[in-house]
Design a binder for this molecule. Structure first.
Ligand SMILES: [Zn+2]
Length: 359
């Protein structure tokens, strides 16, 4: 990792032109930090100033190998010798915190006098007093507000990085007529791949502001996940109303006989649909009292019958989906008016269709 710190030509010169290592608190000379020509704080030594500034440039680690890094302040940063009269200086840590918050109103611990604090932070005394709604004659509280400055210290880091990342796999769906409708079966598990990426990253005060991928090399190919999706029309296990009609006769004993299903009165030619998915096992015409009728085997023990039809639209052996039109209603066979006769049979035993559908 190459880390190149540039403070700007002027600032660079200034930092190393400061002579001596005098401690401000003990003498009359300290070090003043200036951002864009505005004083922002006093410290005891150029080392303290330099360390705080370096800490500002010390961005959090990236989850990548840094091949090249150039980091620089976008502001003009200067560190100058200062002849002061006050006794208060910033610690290295305080300077760092202050540098981060120049454009924010923050509260800090304070001691000495209002003048000491103004000098320490490079502030106009009247600005400091205004920020605290105080008069010069007011005693200095233990904590004071620092006024917002109209400058912000910005450091931009331009980095060339290399990292590895996971490449997700594609899911490929293949229709399978041997699988029931809608059923999914993974026949090949997907495997994630891996790639190496070279990117140019820019970070401002540690926050990523740009990330441009320059190149990517596949290290491991991803493997597609292959999923078979069933298209076989089967039963859903529940029935839908097979035609639009009015219940004209319920299931059960009727006129001394037993009515094997329900009657739904509807005009001749009303579409009739399979109440559930299944296979056509009968499609008969002029078959005695039922007239034209269709039986559907739903493959789960249930069969349904649709009788007195005017038109049959399916063939024996054909698979039908739930809701698929199979016929038109009619008035064939022994029928006293246009209607659909609908039966539900479970394991050879008739059941009341109204126990399965609600009209
Ligand atoms: Zn009937």
């Amino acid at each position: 990792m190459k880390k190149y710190i540039a403070l700007g030509a002027m600032a660079f010169t200034m930092i190393f032109s400061i002579s001596g290592n005098k401690v401000f608190a003990q003498g009359d000379q300290g070090v003043q930090v200036l951002i864009d020509e505005k004083p922002v704080g006093l410290v005891t030594s150029r080392q303290a100033a330099h360390k705080a500034l370096e800490k500002f440039l010390d961005f959090p680690a990236l989850n990548a190998r840094i091949d090249k890094q150039e980091i620089a302040f976008e502001n003009q940063v200067e560190v100058k010798a200062y002849k002061g009269t006050g006794q208060e200086v910033l610690s290295e840590k305080e300077l760092y915190t202050h540098l981060k918050n120049l454009n924010k109103k923050i509260k800090v611990k304070a001691k000495g006098t209002w003048q000491d604090q103004a000098e320490k932070y490079g502030l106009d005394l009247k600005d400091l007093l205004a920020a605290n709604e105080a008069k010069l004659t007011d005693p200095l509280p233990e904590e004071i507000f620092l006024p917002t400055m109209d400058i912000q210290l910005k450091a931009l880091s331009k980095e060339e990085v290399t990292y590895q990342e996971v490449v997700s796999y594609q899911v490929r769906e293949v229709e399978d007529e041997n699988l029931p409708q809608g059923k999914r079966e993974v026949v090949q598990k997907g495997q994630k791949g891996q790639r190496e990426v070279k990117a140019k990253v820019e970070r401002l005060n540690g926050e990523k502001v740009q990330h441009i991928i320059e190149s990517a090399t596949l290290l491991k190919d991803p493997v597609d996940e292959v999923v078979h999706v069933g298209t076989k029309q089967g039963a859903s296990g529940s029935f839908m109303v097979p035609t639009q009609g009015r219940l004209s006769s319920p299931f059960g004993p009727r006129w001394g006989r037993f009515h094997r299903g329900i009657d739904l009165a509807c005009p001749v030619g009303t579409p009739v649909v399979a109440a559930d998915g299944g296979t056509i096992t009968r499609a008969r015409t002029n078959a005695g009292s039922y007239g034209n009728y269709i039986d559907v085997d739903h493959g789960n023990g249930y069969t349904t019958r649709y009788a007195h039809l005017s038109q049959i639209e399916v063939q024996v052996g054909q698979e039908v989906a739930k809701g698929q039109e199979i016929a038109k209603s009619g008035n064939t066979g022994r029928s006293t008016g246009p209607h659909l006769h609908f039966e539900v049979c479970n394991g050879g035993k008739l059941e009341d269709p109204l126990g399965h559908i609600s009209l």
